[in-house]
Design a binder for this molecule. Structure first.
Ligand code: AMP
Length: 292
């Protein structure tokens, strides 16, 4: 497994991958868990050369967010990747954004506001511009045929699909289902911030999404009307009752995150809520999406 730390070593590496090989990229911020490894396995199944990037990207964190305390566990990550990846991109902030720490400006992707300023973007201004920019830079460095992302970060997936379409980027995106703990909690590097008491309550976010889906399916089956607004306010109330500080519990159109239409089968439920200092997100489509 090759470790690539500078843009120069990367472009050098890319020249030596035979043109006939399919290259897949899995971008991560490290502190790898089984969710990340499912992405790497999906890449392995579809590509000859699997590249994993580990980079805690400062431009997607807002002031006061957890950039500084984000868990960095590079040697454990490399040990997990050794049997699965061919190359690991491990750049410094200075290599990715020369002069960033001193306040230098860089060219940025600007995600359409209707997509970027809702849901997680409403409380994290600039977050999706930062995500789109770093992923675009990684695409430029690695030049993958395929890039793999988790459905866990659903808005991110929609933003990146939109970027690839709008900028005509020659990369195919592959989405992977959310990997969960036995009690339903979506795996996340941020779960490590939870106290034992918070960890015990954390699965309620997913349980609340499932309960809302059940409510919707029962209403559809019995011919009862159910509105997105009812689903949202019930979801927020249930999260608050379970001790969360809800950020949103939202109904959107699956695939686009446009406002929900009349047919609940095209809906996706998305939730974000704080437990203490930890912000958790999760989502659940009403009908399972195709495995793309
Ligand atoms: P992160 O390191 O949190 O930036 O995540 C890197 C990639 O892993 C993103 O595409 C995430 O959507 C994906 N990912 C994170 N957690 C999970 C999970 N529990 N299941 C599936 N994919 C995940």
């Amino acid at each position: 497994m090759k470790i690539l730390e500078t843009p120069e070593s990367l472009s050098n590496f890319r020249r030596h991958v035979p043109a006939s090989q399919v290259v897949a990229l899995v971008p991560t911020m490290g502190n790898l868990h089984a969710g990340h490894l499912a992405l790497v396995q999906a890449a392995r199944a579809r590509a000859d050369h699997v590249v994993v990037s580990i980079f805690v990207n400062p431009t997607q964190f807002g002031p006061g967010e957890d950039f500084e305390r984000y868990p960095r566990t590079v040697s454990e990550d490399l040990a997990l990747l050794e049997p699965l990846a061919d190359s690991v991109v491990l750049p410094s902030v200075e290599a990715m954004y020369p002069g960033h720490v001193q306040g230098a400006e860089h060219t940025q992707i600007r995600v359409p506001a209707t997509l970027a300023n809702q849901l997680c973007g409403a409380s994290r201004p600039g977050h999706f511009d930062g995500v789109a920019t770093i992923v675009c830079k990684l695409f430029g460095m690695v030049q993958p045929h395929l890039a793999v992302f988790g459905r866990k970060d659903y808005q991110q997936l929609v933003v990146l699909r939109r970027m690839v379409a709008d900028l005509n980027l020659p990369v195919r995106l592959q989405a992977v289902p959310t990997v969960r703990e036995a009690d339903g909690l979506a795996m996340s590097s941020r779960n490590g911030y939870l106290t034992p008491d918070e960890r015990a309550r954390a699965p309620t976010l997913y349980a609340t999404l499932r309960q809302a889906r059940t409510d919707i399916l029962q209403a559809v089956e019995s011919g009862r009307a159910i509105t997105a607004g009812q689903v949202e306010s019930t979801g927020v109330a249930r999260l608050a009752e379970a001790g969360f500080d809800p950020d949103y519990f939202a109904v959107r159109t699956v695939g686009t995150l446009a406002p929900p239409g009349a047919d609940p089968r095209a809906w996706i439920l998305l939730g974000a809520a704080r437990l203490g200092n930890t912000r958790l997100i999760d989502n659940l489509p009403i009908v399972d999406e195709a495995g793309d």
